[in-house]
Ligand binder design. Structure first.
Ligand code: 15L
Length: 296
């Protein structure tokens, strides 16, 4: 049985993946947050923005499913540390530890500025829709470099939205059911001929914006289609967000319009769901000059 490291294992995708892959692989998990491992799993708490941590968690594994990082649009500092420095560290640590195969969770937001009328495949030019999208493009570039320069076998999954069911109109086009996620990840781990591949991490959605022929060529046969949820989802859909409606990336395309993308404009918050509702960190309280002098 292969040993697989899942970074960011405490997140939504990691949680679904652990359940779906249980018993199929020896699962090593890492996250910056605490996590209670299930039977057969091993957990190591790690901050991937530190190279020493990245080296520690990538030792002795057959493949890595790199999910760890900042998972929505947000302040540059957070994205820089988790998705640029952290992503670099995971690839580089994997190389130093001789890990042959890397599955990287890139995102639909690496190409989110394509209009919804256009069907795109794995060969289109990148069109990131924010800082987060740019960070995912960075990960894709790392994959390309490490495949070409070091012979790492790299499988890039441009993931849509993983959920037990699609949550809004946009997600009807990019929904990725947990069992289809597990199938695609298994192909990324097992396929004998992976060198460098880009695939879309989505189910077999009738309303899809993707030509996922590269995944199908590698044997992916998604079993779910969001269409069975369409009537219920559309009945609940709130109107509004004309800019987001134009592009595949939805509101991610216009949160850049504000000086600091968190907090977000109302429309963006509504169409991004829970993850983007996190309030921005409050600015540190100013210490009055007198008190500051006293403290010295
Ligand atoms: C992503 O890349 C995010 O990680 C996820 O939280 C969702 O927001 C998803 O995209 C989406 O586009 O729905």
């Amino acid at each position: 049985m292969k040993t697989i490291l899942i970074t960011g294992a405490a997140g939504d995708i990691g949680t679904h993946l652990r359940r779906e892959l249980a018993g199929k692989y020896h699962l090593r998990l890492s996250d910056v947050r605490p996590l209670k491992p299930a039977r057969g799993e091993k957990f190591a708490r790690a901050d991937i923005s530190r190279m020493a941590d990245a080296l520690r968690i990538t030792r002795g594994v057959d493949a890595i499913v790199h999910l760890g990082g900042y998972s929505v649009e947000g302040p540059w500092e957070g994205i820089l540390s988790a998705n640029i420095i952290g992503c670099y560290n995971v690839f580089e640590a994997a190389r130093r530890n001789g890990v042959k195969r890397m599955l990287f969770a890139t995102s639909n937001h690496a190409v989110g500025f394509y209009p919804r009328q256009q069907t795109i495949d794995h060969r289109v030019y990148i069109k990131p829709d924010g800082r987060y999208g740019v960070s995912k493009v960075f990960g894709e570039a790392m994959g390309s470099l490490y495949a070409d320069k070091y012979g790492m076998q790299v499988f890039l999954m441009r993931i849509g939205n993983v959920n037990p069911a699609p949550i809004d109109k946009r997600r009807l086009s990019i929904w990725f059911s947990p069992r289809d996620l597990a199938q695609l990840v298994s192909i990324g781990i097992e396929h004998p001929d992976i060198r460098f591949e880009i695939v879309y991490g989505v189910s077999n959605n009738t309303r899809s914006w993707y030509d996922n022929s590269n995944a199908f060529r590698l044997g992916y046969k998604p079993v779910d289609d969001s269409e069975i949820y369409a009537a219920a989802v559309l009945a609940k859909e709130k109107p509004g967000d004309p800019i987001g409606e134009r592009y595949q990336g939805g509101a991610f395309t216009h949160v850049e319009a504000v000086p600091n993308p968190a907090p977000l404009p109302r429309a963006a918050k509504e169409s991004h769901g829970k993850a983007m509702k996190k309030p921005a960190k409050k600015a540190a309280k100013k210490v009055p000059k007198k008190a500051a002098k006293k403290a010295k």
